[in-house]
Design a protein around this ligand. Structure first.
Ligand code: GTP
Ligand code: MG
Length: 262
């Protein structure tokens, strides 16, 4: 194996004030600053690490989370190999925004399919504080996307080292495998598809969306989609948190849609 050092590009994403800069500071400088110093546009830093016996030079682009910096941020998504998606466990809004961050990134890549080649880690930060978002919900979202999940505190350092190490290993594995992100095992005994199904039922806006159908669908479409999802969601088979409620929503959605058709 060659030991040529190589460079990788990592970025941080997530709402303002969730702790992106503090997590990076904790990792690179082993310290924590209590005062909030908003990142202006982008901060850039380099660190050297060893991953799988290889010397790796990591370029970290720390993004400002505030919407006014969108114009500055949007140029920096290109060529990203690893991204840290940070939310604050004490702020539900910051968790719900993660989906928007993925959309922002996707719309700024030359080829949206590049998303598939990026290693993401979800970072549930500020675990030292009172929380609004449960670990199970965070994990479920991450699993439904196929992302690794870590609980961290930039304040006391919990989880920070592990999170970065896993991210760097993921990126190096991807490079060594010709640019393909390696699928990860979900952590709690359910599959990515099962997590995805629970997540979809939980967040869908109407019955069509719950079944993945659009208006004008036939009775056959409804039953087919129902059967597929019922297999994934049945609480006897699906141990993901919320699977029972999701299964009930599915049954109700099917009944309501069939009623519309008759
Ligand atoms: P922008 O640069 O504006 O996007 O924000 P950011 O995500 O970089 O947040 P930053 O790291 O500057 O931290 C925001 C505030 O949260 C600061 O006051 C930090 O001290 C605090 N903070 C960050 N991480 C933690 C943590 O793990 N625990 C606690 N209690 N506070 C934290
Ligand atoms: Mg910052």
């Amino acid at each position: 194996m060659t030991n040529k050092p190589f460079r990788i590009k990592i970025i941080s994403m997530g709402n303002a004030e969730v702790g992106k800069s503090c997590i990076i500071k904790r990792y690179c400088e082993k310290r924590f600053v209590n005062k909030y110093l908003a990142t202006i546009g982008i901060d850039y830093g380099v660190t050297k690490v060893k991953v799988n016996e290889r010397d790796v030079k990591v370029n970290i682009f720390d993004m400002a989370g505030h919407p006014i910096f969108y114009e500055v941020r949007n140029e920096f998504y290109t060529d990203t190999q690893g991204a840290i998606l940070v939310f604050d466990v004490g702020n539900t809004g910051s968790f719900e925004s993660l989906e928007l961050w993925l959309n922002e990134m996707k719309s700024n890549l030359t080829n949206p399919a590049e998303m598939e080649n990026i290693n993401f880690v979800v970072c549930a930060n500020k675990t030292d504080k009172k929380r609004q978002v449960d670990e199970a919900d965070g994990r479920l979202w991450a699993d439904s996307k196929g992302f690794k999940y870590f609980e961290t505190s930039a304040q006391n350092g919990d989880g920070v080292q592990e999170m970065f190490q896993a991210l760097f290993e993921g990126v190096v594995d991807t490079v060594e495998n010709g640019g393909k992100v390696q699928p990860i095992a979900t952590q709690l005994g359910y599959t990515k598809e099962q997590a995805e199904a629970v997540q979809r039922l939980k967040t869908a806006k109407d019955n069509y969306e719950r079944l993945g159908l659009s208006m004008g669908c036939t009775k056959d479409d409804i039953n087919k989609s129902y059967r597929k999802l019922a297999l994934l969601l049945h609480p006897d088979k699906n141990v993901a948190p919320g699977s029972e409620a999701a299964f009930k929503l599915l049954v109700a959605a099917r009944t309501a849609l069939l009623k519309n058709i008759r």
